[in-house]
Write a protein that binds this ligand. Structure first.
Ligand SMILES: Cc1cc2nc3c(=O)[nH]c(=O)nc-3n(C[C@H](O)[C@H](O)[C@H](O)COP(=O)(O)OP(=O)(O)OC[C@H]3O[C@@H](n4cnc5c(N)ncnc54)[C@H](O)[C@@H]3O)c2cc1C
Length: 400
């Protein structure tokens, strides 16, 4: 394989773009194929955890994200009716990270900033509106077919194809790889409003997971808006729950008011928990949602994908330059797959299950348990190192 052939990354979501920035930093040229004409701007990840901010700082992106986001030094799990809560304060891990907070900013901001940066990097060729439509690999290279939005088709060759093409990964499906796991029964309804919940609910944080008599909801604050995750009532179909009058009724349960809520966007989505067993398939390498999906509870999917990108791009440059054997790439699976499984998928599953609990007694016991952790500096530190994804990343880095 010619050492001058660029690595190809399929997908310009947050994980593909960060992978490209890292490869460029390591001196490897790359091509990023993105089937959409524009960077994705739908409402998705809103939380950046401390280790991700440390990583993005290497490209000078963290300062810019901080300018556009909300530093969130604490988050909470709360009972709506009583306001009783367990408050987790990240200042207890201030000696572990320069960023002892969750940063609330939309993932689209990262994509925009990364794209701007890439526009000035001659070694990263970002091709918007170019879709990967076929590929095959042999012992030396991966051959790709790409289709442009104008309907033109061309071919490319690369030593490695990095599949960063998201949850419904074309690459994963083409290779017919089992994506094991489950799809949760409930549909989450994301409603976005500018209504200032923090001025109406006493002691609210920017990130709140909330139990109430009729179920659960979460309130996540972003600059200038709040995102509410709502669920259909026991007797409702999802279609009924999505009707504007029913969204209005749910928001009135959060904060009753005389005026109707102005809802900027309503978006239903299903949650999956799925993972590939192996991330390295010859010359095809999987990162981000293409490799694993989890409940957004805890805000770990995009963050974990960026951590994948870090691990892979630490190993890949030496392999491409021929100074390391291709076998070392399996260390990437060893470092990331079990951590994604245990510290991300299982943790997100526990976070989701906790909030889906309906039994008032069990909720009360769990709240008291969490208050016990939050009130004990040693336990709170361990808990927050976990939920901030620091422990998982450390475990992953220690694996050879
Ligand atoms: C409501 C919601 C809230 C969330 N909150 C959080 C959170 O707070 N924190 C967090 O860490 N995560 C969160 N997540 C998860 C996060 O959004 C995803 O983990 C993240 O988008 C994954 O990034 P990615 O780059 O792997 O994939 P994607 O963002 O899906 O990007 C994949 C890209 O590949 C492109 N593509 C696909 N097929 C092709 C092809 N054949 N050729 C070329 N391009 C292709 C797509 O157009 C897309 O742009 C949330 C998700 C949802 C739905």
């Amino acid at each position: 394989v010619s050492k001058t052939l660029p690595i190809v990354i399929s997908g310009a979501g947050p994980v593909g773009l960060v992978t490209a920035l890292r490869l460029e930093q390591a001196g490897l040229p790359c091509i990023v194929l993105e089937k959409s004409p524009e960077v994705q701007n739908d409402l998705r990840a809103s939380t950046f955890h401390p280790p991700t901010l440390e990583m993005l700082d290497e490209f000078g992106l963290t300062g810019k994200l901080l300018e556009q986001g909300l530093e969130t030094p604490n988050w909470q799990i709360r009972m709506h009716e009583s306001g009783d809560r367990a408050l987790f304060d990240l200042s207890v891990i201030a000696d572990e990270t320069p960023y002892p907070f969750r940063l609330q900013v939309e993932q689209r901001v990262l994509c925009e900033l990364a794209t701007e940066q890439i526009d000035n990097l001659p070694d990263v060729d970002l091709r918007m509106g170019h879709e990967l439509t076929a590929f095959s690999q042999d012992g030396n290279r991966v051959s790709l077919t790409v289709q442009t939005m104008e309907g033109e088709s061309y071919t490319l060759e690369t030593p490695y194809l990095i599949a960063a093409d998201g949850a419904s990964s074309f690459v994963r499906k083409q290779m017919d790889l089992p994506f094991e796991g489950l799809t949760y029964p409930e549909t989450t309804i994301l409603a976005t409003t500018e209504f200032p919940f923090h001025q109406h609910l006493e002691g609210l944080s920017n990130v709140n997971y909330i139990w109430f008599n009729q179920g659960t909801f979460s309130l996540l604050r972003l600059p200038g808006l709040w995102r509410c995750s709502l669920y259909a009532g026991a007797e409702q179909t999802v279609e009924e729950a999505l009707e504007p009058a029913n969204i209005e009724a749910k928001l009135q349960q959060v904060v009753p008011r005389d005026e109707p809520y102005e809802v900027m966007e309503i978006r239903p989505y299903r949650i999956h928990q799925r993972i590939l067993q192996e991330y390295v398939h010859g010359r095809v390498l999987f990162v981000g949602d293409a490799a694993h999906m989890n409940s957004p509870s805890g805000g770990m999917g995009m963050n974990g994908g960026i951590h994948d990108a870090w691990s892979l791009t630490t190993l890949l440059p030496d392999v491409v330059r021929g100074t390391a054997q291709a076998e070392i790439l399996h260390r990437y699976t060893r470092q990331r797959q079990p951590i994604a499984n245990e510290a991300i998928l299982q943790q997100a599953h526990r976070n989701r299950s906790r909030m889906q609990e309906r039994d008032p007694q069990k909720r009360q016991q769990e709240l008291e348990r969490l208050q016990g952790i939050a009130g004990d500096p040693v336990k709170a530190r361990e808990f927050l190192l976990n939920s901030s994804m620091i422990t998982g990343l450390r475990r992953s880095r220690a694996i050879s």
